[in-house]
Write a protein that binds this ligand. Structure first.
Ligand code: PAF
Length: 274
């Protein structure tokens, strides 16, 4: 496994792989890798000739009062885990390497990024879209693997890649969960044991929403309210939003965001109406 930390080094390595006829899989991360990330790396390794994992805690996507400084950083472990899951390259640049002069260019994806997380975290998706566009520009033609846990991020990235004609195929991968339903997230590391025991309420709320949709309830506000009600049964949880959104394909996507103690968790599920 090659650990690279400069843009020219990654570009050169992936260009050489493609020139030799190989296909490239890309998994973008902010590090603190868990089984969810590794499932993306394994899938990429199964479908592509080489896999590059990027590890970059992107300052552009953190709000002024968010956890940028405290965000877990453990590159050695991340590199070993990436290699174990089948990655050939780990790209871990410094902030200076990525933004030697800061950035005057911000990528904004309108509408798709406006609601839910976009509303709760102003500027967050501008930061995500900007860094993902930059990493796509550096990596070149590839298949890029994203988890459905951050569903709105996936939609923002899809739209950005299509609008800007990046030669990147976006691959959506299912959310990895603990046996109790808790979606895997680097932020779960912030939860105390008591909060960890409380956190699966987010998934229970989504399951309650899904049961209603599957029973034929079409009133999206009622589904949202039912999910909020389940969240309210857990004293450690504070609801941010619970929303149901019908897609053009007849499927309904359910979203919950909540604070468990001081840790903000998000999750989502798909439901199919009868
Ligand atoms: O999902 C993440 O970890 C980040 O938002 C991403 C896509 C790596 C961009 O920094």
């Amino acid at each position: 496994m090659n650990l690279l930390d400069t843009i020219p080094a990654l570009r050169k390595a992936l260009d050489a792989e493609r020139a030799a006829g190989g296909t490239v899989g890309l998994v973008l991360t902010m590090g603190a890798l868990h089984e969810g990330h590794l499932s993306l790396v394994r899938r990429a390794a199964a479908e592509c000739d080489v896999v590059a994992v990027t590890v970059f805690v992107n300052p552009l996507q953190f709000g002024p009062h968010e956890d940028l400084a405290a965000y877990p950083r453990r590159l050695e472990d991340d590199a070993a885990l990436s290699e174990g899951a089948g990655a050939s390259y780990v790209f871990a640049p410094s902030v200076e390497e990525m933004f030697p002069d800061g950035t005057l260019t911000i990528v904004h994806v309108a509408e798709v990024g406006d609601g839910r997380e976009g509303r709760a975290r102003p500027g967050h998706f501008d930061g995500v879209a900007t860094i993902v566009a930059k990493l796509f520009a550096v990596a070149g033609p590839c298949r890029a693997y994203f988890g459905e846990k951050d569903h709105q991020q996936l939609e923002v990235v899809r739209r950005m890649a299509a609008d800007l004609s990046f030669p990147v195929q976006i691959v959506a991968c299912p959310t990895a969960r603990e046996a109790n339903g808790l979606a895997l997230s680097s932020r779960n590391a912030y939860l105390s044991p008591a909060e960890r025991a409380a956190a699966p309420v987010v998934h229970r709320a989504l399951l309650a929403g899904r049961a209603l949709v599957e029973r034929g309830v079409t009133d999206q506000a009622a589904v949202g309210a039912a999910m909020a009600e389940v969240l309210a049964t857990e004293p450690a949880a504070r609801l941010d939003y619970a929303e149901a959104l019908a897609g053009a394909d007849g499927k309904v996507r359910l979203f919950v965001a909540a604070r468990i103690g001081t840790t903000r968790l998000i999750d989502n599920l798909e439901a199919t109406a009868p």
